[in-house]
Write a protein that binds this ligand. Structure first.
Ligand SMILES: [Zn+2]
Length: 230
């Protein structure tokens, strides 16, 4: 045991070297505080996007959004262990133990995102969820991934169309698409298009989190996940 004063000094020195604060709310000296950890408890919601079943685990807002951004954009990879169980819960809705198995295919990062980060948030997250996804099955066609942030829903869908390519023959294979954040749904739709073109039967898409509201979908709270605030 270190003397308390020395331990405190050591913690202070370490904090100065690699300061850490809660990825959700910014509280000091913690990777994730108890309150934010509770907000990451999965609340799977099932929606239908253009005929595709989509299950998401979290609402992409406030502290949850901050935690996802800290993981994806600020390289706080240890958060994969905190976020993984939520993805797992959504996946379990689509593929319960008695379901016919399906291959998991991750939506690929944009080439600029891959260059910037050097790692792939969706496949790392899937691994943390105990659901290894095939990376490299879907690839972004060269020159087809501009930033979509300023585009509206329709423009996004158009920009996305044809942007992904499947490199594997998936004839007769059941596939579940995995992604991190669902916004307009155009990305999972493009993934479905590319996978179906390769012969796959796309049974559903599973995303960690969804931006709240504004989608032309039917929402359904899934049984077994309580009635707490969504
Ligand atoms: Zn917090």
């Amino acid at each position: 045991m270190l003397p308390p004063s020395f331990a405190a000094a050591l913690r202070g020195a370490l904090a100065a070297v690699s300061p850490v604060s809660c990825a959700g709310c910014g509280a000091p000296d913690l990777e994730l505080c108890g309150g934010c950890r509770r907000l990451l408890r999965p609340q799977p919601v099932e929606t239908v996007h253009g005929g595709l079943r989509v299950v998401t685990a979290l609402r992409y807002e406030f502290e949850v959004r901050e935690a996802v951004l800290a993981y994806k954009q600020r390289g706080r990879l240890r958060l994969a262990a905190e976020l993984g169980p939520a993805l797992r819960a959504a996946l379990d809705v689509v593929l319960p133990p008695d379901a016919v198995p399906a291959a998991l295919v991750a939506v690929p990062p944009s080439p600029s995102g891959r260059r910037r980060r050097g790692w792939d948030p969706v496949t790392v997250l899937a691994r943390a969820a105990g659901a290894p996804a095939s990376a490299g099955v879907l690839v972004v066609r060269p020159g087809r991934s501009s930033s979509q942030k300023r585009l509206d829903r329709e423009q996004r869908a158009r920009a996305r169309e044809g942007s992904l390519r499947c490199r594997v023959d998936l004839t007769g294979r059941r596939v579940v698409v995995l992604d991190d954040v669902l916004t307009t749904g155009s990305t999972v739709q493009e993934a479905r298009r590319a996978l179906e073109e390769a012969g796959a039967e796309v049974v559903a898409a599973v995303c960690l989190a969804a931006t709240p509201g504004g989608r032309e979908v039917t929402r359904r709270r899934l049984p077994g996940y309580g009635g707490a605030k969504a």
